[in-house]
Design a binder for this molecule. Structure first.
Ligand code: THU
Length: 130
């Protein structure tokens, strides 16, 4: 699976976005440790803060199916079907990615491949708990 193919799956997942409030559709597609692919979309709520992002939907689906590791995750977001502007993962999603990803996790946005260290170099992790 190429980065472009994973990104295209994220775009497809964004079509299932439930976002009547923001009208911003986000999709995520990840490759887990087993090699299986999981997708997710953002799911909003009338009580706005109950919203969950596409990335965490996909990660929680994977972990709830027994995965412990994610190798790569693509994220696509758009308000108007133009997916060319990168949809940068929010801080909460980056923190969840860090739990199951790590230094070699590949984060694929519309502008190419990134690492967690590009976004969250001084992240809190289990190392801080020792
Ligand atoms: N959103 C995501 O799903 N992922 C991101 O990376 C950024 C934001 C969602 C949350 C909300 O439903 C909408 O986009 C607007 O913030």
């Amino acid at each position: 699976m190429t980065s472009k193919e994973l990104f295209d799956l994220a775009v497809r997942a964004s079509e299932r976005s439930y976002s009547p409030y923001s009208r911003f559709r986000v999709g995520a597609a990840l490759i887990a440790g087993s090699g299986k692919i999981y997708t997710g979309c953002n799911i909003e709520n009338a009580s706005y803060s109950m919203t969950i992002c596409a990335e965490r939907t996909a990660i929680f689906k994977a972990v709830s199916e027994g995965e412990k590791e994610i190798r790569a995750i693509a994220v696509a977001g758009s308000a108007d079907d133009d997916y060319s502007v990168p949809c940068t993962p929010c801080g909460a999603c980056l923190q969840v990615m860090a739990e199951f990803g790590g230094d070699d996790l590949m984060i694929i946005l519309s502008d190419g491949e990134h690492g967690l260290n590009d976004f969250l170099p001084l992240r809190f992790s289990e190392k801080n708990l020792k």
